[in-house]
Design a protein around this ligand. Sequence first.
Ligand SMILES: Cc1cc2nc3c(=O)[nH]c(=O)nc-3n(C[C@H](O)[C@H](O)[C@H](O)COP(=O)(O)OP(=O)(O)OC[C@H]3O[C@@H](n4cnc5c(N)ncnc54)[C@H](O)[C@@H]3O)c2cc1C
Length: 385
Amino acid sequence: MKYDVIVIGGRVAGSTSSLFASKSDVDVLMIEKRQEIGTPVQCAEATSYGTLKTLEMEPSKKYICTEIFGAVINSPDGHKVRVNGERIQGYILERKMFDKALAIESAKFGTDIMVKTLVKDLIIKNGEVKGVVAKHLGETIEIKADMVIAADGVESSIARIAGLNTLNSPKDVFSCAQYEMVGVDVHPNYMELYFGSEIAPGGYLWIFPKGNGVANVGLGIRSSKETAYHYLKKFVSNLDATPVELNVGGVPISGPIDKTYTDGLIVVGDAAGQVDPITGAGIHTSAACGRIAGEVAAEAIKTEDTSSRFLKKYQDLWKAEIGENLKISLKYRKAIDKLSDKDLNVLIEFFQGKDIFSMESIPKISLFKLAKKQPNLLKNLKDVL
Ligand SMILES: Cc1cc2nc3c(=O)[nH]c(=O)nc-3n(C[C@H](O)[C@H](O)[C@H](O)COP(=O)(O)OP(=O)(O)OC[C@H]3O[C@@H](n4cnc5c(N)ncnc54)[C@H](O)[C@@H]3O)c2cc1C
């Protein structure tokens, strides 16, 4: 068996890479270790309006549960600020359906897919990745390829075999737990976010509406002796709602890894740390970088140059598209990390009742005036003001 490109991992980064490589007319095999694409879900399923545009997919009721217009941010002491959108800002997806629809789209353009197949090793010849060794239903198989895309999720073990450093320190990973629940009292088009050391230390808690009283209630935390599940159970004990699904998982929030390519291999999505460091959102970034990965891989095949010198183009392109945003987001996250519950209370109370149309529209001058009255807040926010 021989392919132009093998993609390891069949979720958003993998399917997007496969889709755009196949659209560019090269032979692609996508390998997924699970028996079904899209399960188990490890996601709160919120994504921006731009994701479907990046993927060239039409919005569909098959995988969109609700349209999102904004968010309500809750301070530790119960103040609320509403961030309003003037138009649709995004969607809450049904990721089981969305990930599968994306894989189906890729297959329609010619991608071959193997499920329940675990990639265990890479074939490396003269220092260049040239295929994979995988286990499929108890049988070990070798599949050759001109190059490989690693889209195997957080801390990619595959990219590490090729010599790239994909490890994160525990303080740079959101540890998450989430219930999908029935009977949740939440606005159908607004996400609810809760902050505070008693609710979600080092992170935040979310309630994302999926329609008809169904919602994802989950949280991500860092640096806590207790587990994310402990905080989740504590929060939901106050809700009159019942769970129908539990998911747990980790999200890398320290920004992208330094090098995302080597001879014969590209790494993409969570595997490359391409996640927004404030929110932990990785669907749109995985789609944007997956598209670039697939297109650059196809170009490498056509020009018969899969060397790291050529594949650097992938890193240059994704950095040009989302690199600056990720850098700014990391800077903001580091400033938010320093805020105490008291700082958050002051900040959110200050904006309560004011019209905020996007996070970017928060007037820095008002923030500055507020911070000047609160020396601690000024000190902690000085890098972003
Ligand atoms: C609880 C939680 C909530 C989240 N909520 C949101 C949200 O609301 N919005 C948002 O944008 N992002 C969210 N994220 C992040 C988002 O889910 C990820 O950024 C995104 O799914 C990354 O996609 P990916 O394809 O890079 O990796 P993954 O989704 O991790 O997919 C990797 C795939 O590779 C497969 N695989 C791994 N190793 C191998 C192997 N050796 N051989 C074959 N297959 C392999 C895995 O089975 C998996 O299917 C959340 C994450 C968590 C954990």
